[in-house]
Design a protein around this ligand. Structure first.
Ligand SMILES: [Mn+2]
Length: 319
C-alpha cells in the first residue's frame, strides 16, 4: 500500500503536511509544486487500496483527477478551504472542507489533530494572510509578542518560497523544504537551528529590497502599474510585493506585470483595499483574463499589448 501526500507548495500546504506526518509518520510519496500549480491530482497514479491525502488545493479544480483516483479504488482524505463546488459522495472519500474566510487548511488539520502541533498551524495562518485570526490564536495559546512575531515571519517566509513561475525560481523545491522542517516538532527550534530558515529570511529581504527600488510604469493617486524584470527574484517576490503595495497604499489599485515562460506577460491586478471592486471586469476584457472583484489577473498578455493594458487599467480605476 502506498500513501501519497498531495500538497500545495506554500506555507499552508507545507504546515498541513508537516502536522499530519508528525502525527502519523510512515511511508509517503510527496506530490507538490509551486504555489500556483494547483492541478496536482492529475499527476498521481494509484492502485486499489492506496491512500491519498490532499492538502490545500481546490477540489473543483481537481475534480476529474479525484474521481479517477476514487474509481481506481484509492482511499482519499481531502483537507481544503478553496472553492470546492459540489463535493462528491463516495464511500472512499472523507472531506474536511471549510470555506470560511478565517480558516486555512493547516487550521483544519490542527482541528483534526486536536491541536497537537498548534504552533505550526499558527505559522501557516500567518502565511495564508489570516493575520487577525493567527494573532488571536497566538494570544490564546499564550505566546509572547516575540514568539508571535517569529511565527509570523516563519509563515511569511514559507509562503514566499512557494511563489515563482517554475520550481527552478524557488530557493527550495517545496518537497525539499519539507525535508528541512520535518524533524522539528516545534517551529521555534526550526527558527533557531535551521540554515534553511536563514536562507529564506535573507532571500526574502534581498528580493523585497530590489522590488522596493523599482519605478512604476505609470502611477497616480488612484492606480499604479509595475513591470518586474525577467528574473527569478522578480517571479519569487511578485505576489508578496503586490500585497505590500496594497497595504502601503490602501486607496490605490495596482497591477504587477511579469514576463512568463511562454514569452507573454502575466498580469496580477488588485483593486484598492478601500474599494475592492472591478478587477475582474477589467481582466475579463482580455482573452486570458479572469478572477474575482478584489483580485484578478491575465495569464498571457501579448508583450505588444502592454501599453494598451496600462492605459485601460489606469482609465478603469480612475476615480
Ligand atoms: Mn491555503
Amino acid at each position: 500500500m502506498n500513501h501519497y501526500y498531495v500538497f500545495n507548495g506554500d506555507a499552508d500546504g507545507l504546515c498541513a503536511l508537516h502536522q499530519l506526518r508528525l502525527a502519523e509518520p510512515g511511508n509517503a510519496h510527496l506530490v507538490t509544486g509551486v504555489k500556483r500549480d494547483i492541478r496536482l491530482l492529475d499527476r498521481v497514479g494509484v492502485n486499489t487500496g492506496d491512500r491519498v491525502t490532499v492538502l490545500d488545493i481546490s477540489l473543483d479544480s481537481n475534480r476529474s483527477g479525484l474521481m479517477r483516483l476514487l474509481e481506481t479504488g484509492a482511499i482519499v482524505d481531502y483537507f481544503d478551504h478553496h472553492h470546492a463546488g459540489e463535493i462528491p459522495l463516495h464511500h472512499n472519500l472523507t472531506t474536511y472542507i471549510d470555506l470560511s474566510s478565517d480558516i486555512c487548511t493547516s487550521l483544519l488539520v490542527d482541528q483534526h489533530l486536536k491541536g497537537q502541533f498548534h504552533a505550526w498551524a499558527i505559522a501557516a495562518a500567518f502565511g495564508d494572510n489570516l493575520i487577525q485570526k493567527a494573532q488571536q490564536l497566538a494570544n490564546s495559546f499564550g505566546l509572547t509578542q516575540t514568539e508571535t512575531e517569529q511565527l509570523a515571519c516563519l509563515g511569511e517566509y514559507l509562503n514566499y518560497n512557494g511563489y515563482g513561475d517554475a520550481v527552478s525560481d524557488l530557493h527550495f523545491h517545496p518537497a525539499e523544504l519539507y525535508e528541512e522542517i520535518k524533524s522539528f516538532a516545534n517551529p521555534f527550534d526550526f527558527i533557531a537551528k535551521s540554515a534553511a530558515f536563514i536562507k529564506l529570511a535573507t532571500g526574502y529581504k534581498d528580493d523585497m529590497g530590489r522590488a522596493d527600488s523599482l519605478q512604476p510604469l505609470a502611477s497616480d493617486n488612484d492606480c499604479a502599474a509595475y513591470l518586474l524584470p525577467d528574473a527569478s527574484w522578480a517571479r519569487r517576490v511578485s505576489g508578496i510585493f503586490a500585497n505590500k503595495l496594497a497595504n502601503d497604499n490602501p486607496r490605490r489599485a495596482h497591477a504587477v506585470i511579469t514576463l512568463n515562460r511562454r514569452g507573454n506577460y502575466t498580469v496580477s491586478v488588485r483593486a484598492s483595499l478601500t474599494n475592492p471592486q472591478g478587477a475582474d471586469v477589467l481582466c475579463l476584457q482580455f482573452e486570458t483574463g479572469g478572477g474575482r472583484k478584489a483580485a484578478a489577473g491575465i495569464n498571457d498578455l501579448p508583450t505588444d499589448a502592454i501599453n494598451y493594458f496600462v492605459t485601460t487599467f489606469m482609465q478603469h480605476f480612475r476615480n
